[in-house]
Design a protein around this ligand. Structure first.
Ligand SMILES: Nc1ncnc2c1ncn2[C@@H]1O[C@H](COP(=O)(O)OP(=O)(O)O)[C@@H](O)[C@H]1O
Ligand SMILES: [Mg+2]
Length: 280
């Protein structure tokens, strides 16, 4: 009996440690970010970590109260600890879990739908494909996703595989994005691939109408060369854009850029990287 009690106490302590570790990490990240002040008025983004957190959480609760609730309510955190921050965008905070997955908490932003339901549908549909075998190589591995209420604030979450953001992948391989008029070559390449997909799959759309296929093809070639990506990589990216366009339509490609595309880590060393869209 004594042993059982001792083990129970140890178990309870371990559970508390998990709660504390994850909570401390979030609170520290928010504090460190707020010490850097607010974004400039003319900052188009990305918003700072603490500003995104403030938009997600309940303004009537303290950071500690919000964080505690977040940890109690997010299902992926029932079994896993947060080990670090992976990044943040305009509307989401992304953490690394000790099971190796990425956990994103987010709200809507307005590109697909104000309340984030468009993204939630994408994540739900990608998750289903993992199990019903309709997935393809570019399917985003999503393990869990849903909605929770923190205080009075409704937020969404998704637990997915961890990727190397395309920007990091290119930087790590000596091909940091080079800026050109109208953005980076790789950014422009993604935009032309989207035009290419529109031309192939929806020739009557605004993106495809009155466009010269030869001009699109030559831009793709030029931008691919300038960003030093290989033919295999170009075809991987083309396949991703075509797949997303075919399955979800143009509106899910409205935010296509190097910080929203990922490379599956296991595929990095193979020379045939697998690309996914982790932020539709
Ligand atoms: N699955 C992931 N693996 C690794 N890093 C990620 C993952 N998802 C997001 N990130 C990082 O977090 C950042 C913000 O995530 P993102 O989904 O783009 O949020 P937002 O909708 O706010 O733009 C990304 O640019 C990337 O650096
Ligand atoms: Mg993003």
């Amino acid at each position: 009996m004594k042993l059982i009690l001792e083990n129970w106490r140890k178990y309870v302590n371990e559970q508390n440690d998990i709660l504390d570790d994850s909570a401390n990490l979030i609170i520290k990240a928010i504090r460190a970010s707020s010490e850097t002040g607010p974004s400039d008025d003319d900052d188009w983004g990305p918003y700072k970590f603490h500003e995104v957190a403030a938009r997600l959480l309940d303004p009537n609760l303290s950071t500690e109260e919000n964080t505690k609730e977040l940890i109690q309510k997010l299902p992926p955190l029932a079994k896993n600890n947060i080990t670090r921050v992976l990044g943040h965008g305009e509307q989401g905070l992304v953490f690394l879990l000790d099971n190796g997955h990425a956990l994103k908490v987010y709200k809507g932003r307005g590109r697909i739908a104000d309340d984030g339901s468009g993204e939630a549908k994408y994540y739900a549909s990608e998750k289903a494909k993992l199990f019903d075998q309709t997935g393809s190589i570019t399917t985003l591995p999503v393990y869990d996703q849903g909605e929770v209420t923190i205080g009075k604030s409704k937020i969404r979450y998704v637990e997915m595989a961890r990727f190397l953001p395309l920007r990091t992948f290119l930087e790590n391989t000596g091909r940091a994005p080079v800026t050109d008029r109208g953005g980076t070559h790789i950014g422009q390449l993604l935009i032309y691939l989207e035009k290419y997909a529109a031309m192939k799959l929806n020739p009557d759309s605004h993106a495809a109408k009155n466009k010269d296929p030869y001009q699109i093809a030559s831009q793709i070639k030029h931008r691919a060369q300038e960003s030093k990506i290989t033919t295999v990589e170009l075809e991987g990216l083309r396949g991703l854009v075509l797949n997303v366009y075919k399955q979800y339509g143009e509106e899910h490609l409205g935010d296509l850029h190097v910080d929203n595309v990922g490379v599956l880590e296991q595929s990095v060393a193979t020379g045939k990287p697998v690309f996914v869209l982790f932020d539709p």
